[in-house]
Design a protein around this ligand. Structure first.
Ligand code: 1PR
Length: 541
């Protein structure tokens, strides 16, 4: 069995990588000391998070110089994401520290004036090692900093083959390859079946993927990343402590029959697997009852993540219960600890609902200044902004007239329950049980400043209604922030996804009930989007 050595003490969250390596059939060993590098046959440097943090950790553990020598000799190496970035001279992300300098050039942040940053999603990777550029397929990226193309003025790549990708108008280095050294800006471990194939080719067959795979693929290069389609599973513990998928409308998960029982629509592991196989670009789990108690060690939610992450190789997000929680012995279970448990169990991102509202309220009380105490800041610092999603649960709050509130209002049609003529979008906590004085724009701006990497926009009014997303709400939030926005709540047919992507600039859209009921599959949605001319990720068998 092929053995790979992973530098594991640098990146915050490498569970997904280890799962993918095991799935392709390689044995994983760890590098913690300089001596481990000399005995390694293949070294992997994963990197999630911050450039400066990664270089400093390599230096502190004495690995920086041995690793540079190892790579310079042309020994087998795979760097992923920040693990590619540190091979260059430096990065705008942390100008105070130099990279390994194996390749010349310095990374700059994407321009967020015309598009969302970070770049989160699937983009086509191109190789031009032969005369004709060839597509290697669509891979999953998540990054804010990039090495622009053309790479250098002289166009002399010193024997390195450069893989390319585009994020709207910006062309950038998607990977570099020379002999047995390969480094990718994208995450093969989260790029579905194609990503696993890529890892297998490189690590086991020691061939670069590229040309054999490229010949099979005919995807046209798109400057725009694919429109992400996400399947969401709301989960809860039933009376036996088993985790089941549930689904409500307007957040009411009780059945409308005489028994009034909570709806149980299936097993979360089986459903997540089916959605992955049907082409879901990401899977989101929201534990809708974890505000009652946070997930302890060995809780069903953690077991769920452990199981799913072993066989689902697209990004997994988990939400619910990420909040400082008083325990019966008087101690506090911190929100950070809850998130850490989720990551260790296999999550790639965590989603924060109620606690994001509390953090935003504090942020505005402090005069729009982050004070470093929120869970968003703590988690983003340790795991990177891209790992923190904020899930908003807005509800329309009706008022007699727009002058009756300081919030941005919209005309109500039909009028509200008491004949009110307009409404504003109120943020709520605890799954809509409590209202906040904040509106969605105030929340979105605050959490972006605190360090959230993405916003999931639900709607209590549209949830489970199958009448389409609230496009006005989505446009309002898109206009207010630069980070990616995910549309949620109300999808009832594939055309609703088309509408969201055509009529707003959302970066992703999520469905739940229509998939759970079996009305449509993820593939049905993607086919409709493709027919409408929207870019979608094609899944590889
Ligand atoms: O506050 O950090 O503990 O997080 C709790 C999380 O649980 C929040 O993200 C909140 O959105 C979610 N949640 C709480 N209660 C409910 C409920 O339904 N009673 N579910 C709930 C939210 C919204 C989406 C849903 C879409 C799409 N569900 O997840 O899947 O609306 O549905 P559709 O396509 O069928 O319309 P915290």
């Amino acid at each position: 069995m092929t053995r790979v050595h992973v530098i594991g003490n640098i990146a915050g969250n490498i569970r997904s990588l280890v799962n993918a390596l095991e799935a392709v059939g390689v044995e994983v060993a760890w590098i913690t000391t300089p001596e481990d590098i000399s005995s390694a046959k293949i070294v992997i440097l994963p990197g999630v998070g911050n450039f400066g943090h990664c270089v400093r950790e390599l230096a502190t553990s004495g690995l920086l110089t041995p690793l540079r020598k190892y790579i310079e000799k042309g020994n087998p190496f795979l760097g992923i994401c920040v693990g590619m970035q540190v091979l260059f001279d430096g990065s705008e992300e942390d100008a105070s520290i130099a990279g390994l300098g194996i390749l010349s050039g310095s990374l700059k942040r994407f321009d967020d004036r015309s598009k969302s940053v970070p770049h989160i999603g699937w983009s086509t990777v191109m190789s031009n090692s032969s005369d004709v550029s060839a597509s290697l397929g669509q891979f999953y990226f998540v990054h804010s900093f990039k090495l622009s193309l053309p790479w250098n003025k002289s166009n002399d790549t010193n024997g390195w083959e450069v893989l390319k990708a585009s994020y709207y108008e910006e062309d950038f280095v998607a990977g570099v390859h020379r002999g047995a050294v390969l480094a990718t800006q994208y995450h093969p471990e989260k790029s579905g079946v194609l990503g696993l194939k890529f890892l297998r080719e490189f690590l086991i067959n020691a061939t670069l993927l590229s040309l054999s795979l490229a010949e099979q693929r005919t995807i046209t290069t798109m400057k725009k990343p694919t429109c992400r389609v996400i399947a969401c599973l709301d989960v809860r513990e039933d009376d036996n402590g088993t985790l089941v998928v549930t689904k409500g409308d307007s957040y009411d998960v009780r059945s409308h029959t005489s028994d009034g029982n909570v709806r149980n629509v299936g097993d979360p592991v089986r459903m997540a697997q089916a959605y992955y196989e049907s082409g879901a670009d990401e899977i989101v789990f929201l534990n809708i009852t974890s505000f009652r108690r946070p997930p302890a060690e060995n809780s069903p939610t953690l077991e769920l993540l452990e199981k799913v992450s072993r066989s689902v190789f697209v990004p997994l997000t988990i939400g619910g219960g990420i909040v400082d929680f008083p325990l019966p012995d008087g101690s506090i279970e911190s929100a950070f600890n809850v998130a850490r448990r989720y990551f260790s169990a296999g999550a790639d991102k965590v989603s924060i609902g109620s606690d994001a509202v509390y953090a935003a309220e504090k942020y505005w009380r402090n005069g729009a200044k982050p004070d470093g105490t929120s869970s968003i800041e703590a988690i983003a610092k340790a795991y990177g902004n891209q790992a923190v999603v904020v899930s908003i649960d807005p509800r329309k709050q009706y008022v007699k007239a727009s002058v009756a509130t300081e919030h941005t209002t919209f005309p109500a049609s039909p009028y509200g329950p008491e004949g009110e003529e307009c409404y504003w979008y109120q943020c709520t906590t605890k799954g809509g049980r409590e209202g906040s004085d904040l509106d969605v724009v105030q929340l979105a701006r605050a959490v972006q400043h605190l360090g959230a990497g993405e916003i999931l926009v639900n709607s209590i009014d549209n949830d489970g209604k199958n009448m389409g997303f609230d496009l006005q709400l989505l446009s309002l939030i898109k206009r207010s922030v630069q980070i990616p926005v995910i549309a949620s709540s109300g999808a009832g047919k594939p055309q609703h996804f088309v509408d969201a992507f055509e009529q707003t600039t959302v970066d992703a859209a999520l469905g739940a009930g229509m998939f759970h009921r079996g009305d449509f599959t993820v593939q049905d949605v993607k086919s409709s989007m493709h027919n409408a001319g929207l870019p979608v990720r094609q899944t590889v068998a």
